[in-house]
Design a protein around this ligand. Structure first.
Ligand SMILES: *[C@@H]1O[C@H](CO)[C@@H](O)[C@H](O)[C@H]1NC(C)=O
Ligand SMILES: *[C@@H]1O[C@H](CO)[C@@H](O)[C@H](O)[C@H]1NC(C)=O
Ligand SMILES: *[C@@H]1O[C@H](CO)[C@@H](O)[C@H](O)[C@H]1NC(C)=O
Ligand SMILES: *[C@@H]1O[C@H](CO)[C@@H](O)[C@H](O)[C@H]1NC(C)=O
Ligand SMILES: *[C@@H]1O[C@H](CO)[C@@H](O)[C@H](O)[C@H]1NC(C)=O
Ligand SMILES: *[C@@H]1O[C@H](CO)[C@@H](O)[C@H](O)[C@H]1NC(C)=O
Ligand SMILES: *[C@@H]1O[C@H](CO)[C@@H](O)[C@H](O)[C@H]1NC(C)=O
Ligand SMILES: *[C@@H]1O[C@H](CO)[C@@H](O)[C@H](O)[C@H]1NC(C)=O
Ligand SMILES: *[C@@H]1O[C@H](CO)[C@@H](O)[C@H](O)[C@H]1NC(C)=O
Length: 885
């Protein structure tokens, strides 16, 4: 949070330079009636510059060689001197949020023929990784050079040293990946304002020469700087007014030396790894000009001394996300009359104020999340009549919401009261929220609020009332007529009724979560109007009817959750054809019938496909291997990010949530990005398990239980290396269990019970961890853990080579990747079988056991043991022969 950010100073400074230009130029105004005619060579230079650019939106349409456009002093962004006619200012600054202003293309060297430029602003345009031409050195009159965020690259030319009139220089956030040196900085003796953030300058700071400049404003954020940069920095102790060093690699204690910067008004050390206490010298009077202190996101600790009151000019204090502890009392604040922003969140601080405390300040930002404020609702908030943001989330308040709280200040834009135990009825916010803002939000999730939903102002963007006890219908939200609503989470309440048609007006909606309520009726066809929707979660309600066809228009859907309702009809084929962004398709526990459409295989981003507990019939689509996200590590569920300015509130990013069921118990996914699942259990599916399923190598859970599946388990199932849980129980599967199963090293849950599997249960360290219940109900399955041995085991002794020809084939198949080691081992195994000696059983057992390890290091060990075993067996056989005969 930058309350008075670099931006505002930036602007003020630009205006000052401009003012200076106007007065020095304007004093000799000899303008003729037909206006200033621009100088031909400069016009040509500008046209050459334009030539290198793609001007998609016609921003430079006033620039041209036509007769009526001859006067380049009237071109967009150009200003000429009234006396000399030279171009003195070129301002093509682009608004980053408005594509119409952005020019793309080359930074042509011809631009630097404009040698009389005093002001050059190109920030925000995209120069396509151009280098800064060396000819920039010819701009020897330039005072203001702004190349912020221009997609420039290469090195910073040493010719920058020629720009000796520079007072303002912003080169931040480009891709200067080969900065040769920063020597040129020391020549810029008038430089007052320097921004170099977002360039990796760390290696220059130990060697940079002391500059003779008197820097006033310095921004070196995001530069990977380490403490070795301090020496250079402290050269400016006597001039610096603002210093931004956020997001670097500073460690250790904050140096005392900062407190020698007696003119300092703004100090930003946020997002580093400073540790220990705030130096005592900060409070002892020298920094008395400080207005903005930002120490957010470090590893600072200790208590907040009452001396903070000496910083009486302080307007913004941010120390959130550290490990400060202790108690904050009225004394800390008694002299902070000017405080406007207070951010103490995410520390171990508690507040102890008398209940009639009247603070000396009126805050705009009150960010106290995770501080201990409760159990009572903090009454001093009643005195704050101009805040924009209030965050008192997780502050231990267990109180009913006071009536006065409903009377919000007219400035309020964002409220976060989440994760407390606040009781009562939410006041009607519709009238007293700020009305001149298009960005309003409220989060009261995780409390004990009850009663009907309140009304909200027309232009609310974010509403999270989840995990409370609200009841009644949601029609009061219909007052939100505007297109602004982006985020609505009402999940886990007691809401009921049909979903109102008014929701179709919320065409900006991206997240709609109404799960775990009592909504009934049909899913209205309005959902088709929500063309930006990414998450549509209606799970655990009582909705009925079909999936509306209009949903096919919601092509941005990543999460479609309709589980646990009373929906019926078929699963439409357009889900696969049109909703290709889906990561999660949750249709569990409804009344869906018919086949799983083949088009479902087109969901190449699907991570979790749950169609379980319906009445689906037919075969599992043979093309199931096309669900390629289940075979790729690089596709993960994305959080949903919002551009909302409601920085203090938690919903900048939203992660979808779901759960899976194992043996009737529901497990929430802690981290959805990690869980790749197919669950088709409890349907009426027939036919075989498609062999293609083995190619889904990054799948974590596969549940096909409780269907009518026949045939064998695909022999290559061991290729699903990440498989953690496999449930094929209650089907009619048969045949031997593939040996490749012993390669499922991550398998921690297995259920193959109640099928017709036969033969020996493969062994491996992983397989051996399952108990008999995993294999129960398969009458002809044998071996541990079901039975000590298999019926054929005795016969093996006489008929060794024939034994297990089938298993051997599978064995080879499964171990093709393990190549030579496997072959060597197989050879040993076959040899052992040829020898007529009781020890060969030991060898056989050993070899069975070692198969599992073939692909890891232990394989080598096993190979050696096995070879030894063979040698011993062979020698024993010889010895026996010798002794016998
Ligand atoms: C210089 O020219 C500009 C544009 O023609 C005009 O707006 C401005 O007032 C002039 N300045 C003076 C001091 O005459
Ligand atoms: C103003 O005019 C005078 C004389 O006409 C000249 O000496 C001076 O340089 C001019 N000033 C500017 C800023 O052009
Ligand atoms: C430069 O242009 C931008 C965008 O049009 C404008 O916001 C800014 O005030 C201009 N700066 C100056 C000094 O004229
Ligand atoms: C940007 O650079 C690439 C490669 O250098 C080039 O192909 C492309 O045409 C350039 N785009 C513009 C708008 O100049
Ligand atoms: C910078 O330019 C390169 C080359 O055209 C382009 O690939 C890249 O996306 C641009 N970066 C930004 C942030 O626009
Ligand atoms: C830099 O300045 C020097 C001396 O003023 C001049 O000789 C040289 O040509 C300039 N360099 C560039 C690239 O303009
Ligand atoms: C900082 O250093 C790390 C590793 O050296 C690098 O990956 C990262 O890009 C650097 N950051 C910046 C802003 O240059
Ligand atoms: C917000 O809504 C109010 C009430 O409808 C309206 O007066 C105001 O213009 C809206 N503000 C914005 C920025 O949309
Ligand atoms: C989820 O797991 C991914 C990958 O390990 C990790 O980057 C991410 O931070 C985790 N998210 C949460 C919310 O734990």
């Amino acid at each position: 949070m930058k309350i008075l950010g670099a931006g505002s100073l930036h602007l003020i400074y630009a205006l000052l330079v401009l003012l200076h230009m106007q007065t020095s130029i304007g004093s000799n105004s000899t303008t003729t009636d037909d206006g200033v005619k621009c100088i031909k060579s400069e016009r040509q230079a500008l046209l050459a510059f334009k030539q290198g650019l793609v001007d998609e939106h016609g921003r430079l349409s006033s620039w041209g060689s036509e007769e009526e456009k001859k006067n380049c002093c009237e071109w967009e962004g150009v200003q000429c001197s009234n006396t000399t006619g030279h171009i003195t200012m070129l301002n093509l600054t682009a608004y980053l949020y408005d594509l119409h202003f952005i020019l793309r293309g080359n930074l042509s060297p011809s631009l630097f023929k404009l040698q009389h430029l005093i002001f050059l602003g190109l920030s925000g345009n995209n120069f396509n990784l151009s280098h800064i031409p060396e000819s920039i050195g010819s701009l020897n009159k330039i005072q203001h050079l702004d190349l912020y965020y221009c997609n420039l690259s290469g090195s910073l030319p040493s010719q920058l040293a020629n720009l000796t009139s520079l007072q303002y220089l912003d080169l931040s956030y480009n891709n200067f990946n080969s900065v040769k040196n920063l020597e040129w900085l020391s020549r810029l003796s008038y430089l007052q304002y320097l921004r170099l953030s977002g360039n990796d300058l760390s290696k220059y700071f130990p060697i940079i020469n002391t500059s003779s400049t008197s820097l006033v404003h310095l921004d070196l954020g995001s530069n990977n700087l380490t403490t070795s940069a301090f020496q250079w920095l402290f050269n400016f102790s006597n001039s610096l007014v603002s210093l931004y060093l956020s997001s670097n690699q500073f460690r250790g204690p904050i140096p005392d030396t900062f407190s020698h910067m007696t003119f300092l008004e703004e100090l930003d050390l946020s997002n580093n790894q400073f540790e220990g206490e705030i130096p005592k010298s900060f409070w002892s009077g020298n920094l008395s000009s400080l207005r903005n202190l930002n120490l957010r996101k470090n590893r600072l600790s200790g208590t907040i001394p009452k001396g903070i009151g000496l910083l009486s000019k302080l307007e913004a204090l941010s120390i959130s996300f550290n490990s400060f502890n202790g108690v904050i009392t009225e004394k800390h604040f008694s002299t902070l009359y000017n405080l406007r922003g207070l951010d103490l969140s995410s520390n171990h601080l508690s507040f102890n104020f008398s209940c009639n405390w009247i603070p000396p300040f009126q805050l705009k930002y009150i960010l106290l999340g995770s501080c201990k404020l409760g159990p009572g609702f903090p009454s001093w908030l009643q005195t704050q009549r101009s805040y924009k943001y209030l965050n008192i989330s997780a502050t231990g308040i267990s109180d009913s919401i006071p009536i006065w709280f409903g009377n919000l200040p007219s400035t309020a834009r964002g409220l976060d009261l989440s994760s407390n135990q606040i009781r009562g009825i939410l006041p009607d916010f519709s009238r007293n929220f700020s009305s001149d803002s298009s960005d309003l939000g409220i989060d009261t999730s995780g409390n004990h609020l009850e009663g009907p939903l309140p009304s909200f102002p027309a232009n609310t963007t974010h509403i999270n009332l989840s995990k409370n006890s609200f009841n009644g219908s949601i029609s009061s939200l219909c007052a939100i007529t505007d297109m602004s609503l982006e985020f609505l989470d009402l999940s886990r309440n007691q809401l009921f009724g049909e979903l109102p048609d008014c929701m179709m007006r919320w065409s900006s909606l991206r997240i709609l979560n109404l799960a775990n309520n009592h909504f009934f009726g049909k899913i209205p066809s309005f959902v088709g109007f929500l063309s930006l929707i990414e998450t549509f979660d209606l799970q655990n309600n009582s909705l009925s009817g079909k999936i509306p066809g209009s949903l096919r228009n919601c092509s941005k859907l990543q999460f479609l959750g309709l589980s646990n309702n009373r929906l019926s009809g078929i699963i439409p084929s357009w889900i696969g054809e049109r909703l290709n962004s889906l990561n999660f398709l949750l249709l569990k526990s409804n009344y869906f019938i018919g086949e799983i459409p083949l088009e479902t295989c087109q969901l190449t981003n699907i991570l979790l496909l749950d169609l379980s507990n319906n009445s689906l019939s037919g075969h599992i689509p043979w093309c199931i291997g096309d669900l390629t996200a289940l075979a790729r590590k690089d596709i993960t569920a994305q959080h949903h990010f919002f551009n909302s300015s409601l920085v203090s509130i938690n919903y900048r990013s939203y992660a979808d949530k779901a759960s899976i069921v194992w043996k009737g118990i529901e497990y929430p996914f802690e981290n959805l990005t990690l869980q790749r699942t197919i669950d088709l259990s409890s349907n009426k599916l027939t036919g075989e398990i498609p062999g293609q399923i083995s190619s889904l190598s990054e799948m974590h859970q596969l549940n096909l239980s409780r269907n009518h599946l026949i045939g064998r388990i695909p022999p290559d199932i061991g290729q699903i290396r990440q498989l953690e849980s496999l449930d094929l129980s209650h089907n009619r599967l048969s045949g031997r269990l593939p040996l490749s199963m012993s390669q499922l090293y991550s398998l921690s849950k297995l259920d193959l019970s109640y099928n017709n599997f036969s033969g020996r249960i493969p062994t491996s360290t992983q397989m051996d961890t399952f108990n008999a219940s995993a294999f129960a109900g398969n009458p002809t399955l044998c071996g541990p853990p079901l039975t000590p041995s298999c019926p054929g085991d005795e016969k093996l002794i006489d008929d060794g080579v024939k034994y297990n020809q089938q298993d051997k084939d599978e064995f080879w198949k499964a171990f093709q990747p393990s190549m030579k080691l496997g072959m060597a081992f197989g050879f040993l195994g076959v040899l052992a079988l040829k020898i007529d000696h009781p020890w060969k059983h030991v060898c056989l057992l050993l070899s069975n056991y070692m198969k599992v390890y073939l692909s890891n290091l232990k394989g080598y060990l096993c190979l050696i043991v096995s070879a030894l075993c063979l040698v011993i067996t062979v020698s024993a056989a010889r010895l026996r022969r010798k002794l016998k005969f």
